[in-house]
Write a protein that binds this ligand. Structure first.
Ligand SMILES: [Zn+2]
Length: 383
């Protein structure tokens, strides 16, 4: 049984199988198709509530394209083990397996315009502000050098990062990087200069969903941050409930908020947008908006710096290629391998932990939202 696809062809096959499973279990399934490039569409698989629409359960993967491969594994667990336990009379289910299909096909985090979609969910055009995140500008020569990767860049990274850390400190380096920026189209975590087609498609789908249900539960799947072999459930800072309340309600220990100090700050994130939109459409109702983050390298200082190196070199490679590609063919290969390792690890045991945490998290969230009843047994089959 294929659980976590490794290639785009496997990913497409798995999406078909998810769609088939949805069709087997639900009375109606519609596919909403939004073209986002000349060759790619963002598809929403939608199974409406059949009687009294109450809660919309939205699951999304591949906002950061390459992270969608793990995401599809989690969606597979959802349709096999949790979907059969939902009440189709009241719960509508929407699954977006690839929010960023170009990024998935090309094993990139960004879309084809090099935009990080998770920094692109901004409704005010003035928010695409090149002056935002001045620390990024200051660190730009280190974070996004304007030249091809040289064969020594991988090893020299440590000396360079040390020099930067002495002036800046790890926390502000991390913030300057992860916050996103709107000034440098060839830089790291570029949020774009306008709303992207994938973002626009998502906003449309979301509004259609929100117009039919008064309550929203959203689960968005990511990889690459947090402790290795663990999964964080991240709530947007707009959610006013305390971490303690969230831990208890969803029976899950590793809960964080986007600006809680533990997790990095963002601007234009999908989660914040979804939360605010749900509240605008249904004032007074508290949506449950989450992302699941599966940790890969870990969160020690060396692991954070290794993640940063993977992002910096990969970005530099995308925009400027490598120096002496004929003499040093392995440079490109090593950078691509390291980047892939950050978002879809090669260690088979990693996936065992991911499955276990995904089950625990889905169980906690769906039980806490009273969408499934009995906690001790899982229906459906598993190996
Ligand atoms: Zn991500």
């Amino acid at each position: 049984m294929m659980r976590f696809p490794k290639t785009f062809a496997e990913a497409q096959a798995q999406i078909s199988s998810i769609q088939n499973r949805l069709s087997e279990l639900r009375t109606h399934v519609d596919v909403w198709r939004y073209p986002v490039t000349s060759q790619h569409a963002q598809e929403w698989l939608y199974a409406p509530a059949t009687h009294t629409p109450r809660t919309a359960l939205l699951l999304t993967a591949g906002v950061h394209g390459i992270e969608g491969y793990v995401g599809l594994g989690v969606l597979d667990v959802f349709v096999r083990e949790f979907l059969p336990r939902l009440d189709e009379r009241t719960v509508g289910v929407a699954i977006v397996p690839m929010v960023n299909p170009w990024g998935m096909e090309h094993m990139q985090r960004t879309n084809a315009q090099h935009v990080d979609l998770n920094r692109n969910f901004l409704t005010d055009p003035a928010a695409f502000d090149p002056e935002f995140n001045p620390d990024y500008q200051r660190l730009r020569p280190f974070l996004a050098p304007d030249r091809p990767v040289s064969p020594t860049d991988m090893s020299l990274f440590w000396a360079r990062v040390l020099r930067v850390l002495l002036g800046t400190g790890l926390k502000s380096l991390r913030n300057a990087t992860m916050l996103g920026q709107y000034s440098d189209p060839k830089g790291l975590l570029y949020g774009g200069d306008k709303v992207q087609p994938e973002t626009r498609a998502f906003m449309e789908g979301l509004d259609t969903l929100l117009s039919n249900y008064e309550h929203l539960v959203h689960i968005d799947i990511h990889t690459g941050y947090g402790p290795r072999h663990e999964m964080l459930i991240i709530f947007p800072h707009e959610d006013r409930r305390s971490l303690e309340t969230l831990r208890t309600r969803y029976a899950y220990p590793r809960v964080v908020k986007t600006s809680g100090g533990e997790f990095y700050q963002t601007q234009g994130s999908l989660g914040s947008y979804v939360y605010r939109r749900a509240q605008e459409q249904h004032p007074g109702k508290e949506p449950c908006v989450t992302s699941l983050e599966f940790g890969t390298f870990g969160n020690s200082t060396p692991a954070s710096l290794r993640s940063l190196r993977a992002l910096v070199l990969h970005n530099q490679l995308q925009h400027h290629g490598v120096q002496y590609p004929v003499q040093y063919p392995h440079v490109r290969e090593r950078i691509l391998r390291e980047f892939r390792e950050l978002f879809m690890p090669s260690e088979p045991a990693w996936y065992e932990h991911a499955l276990e945490r995904a089950r625990q998290g889905l169980q906690g969230l769906l039980t806490g939202e009273q969408l499934i009843a009995i906690p001790e047994h899982r229906s459906g089959h598993h190996a």
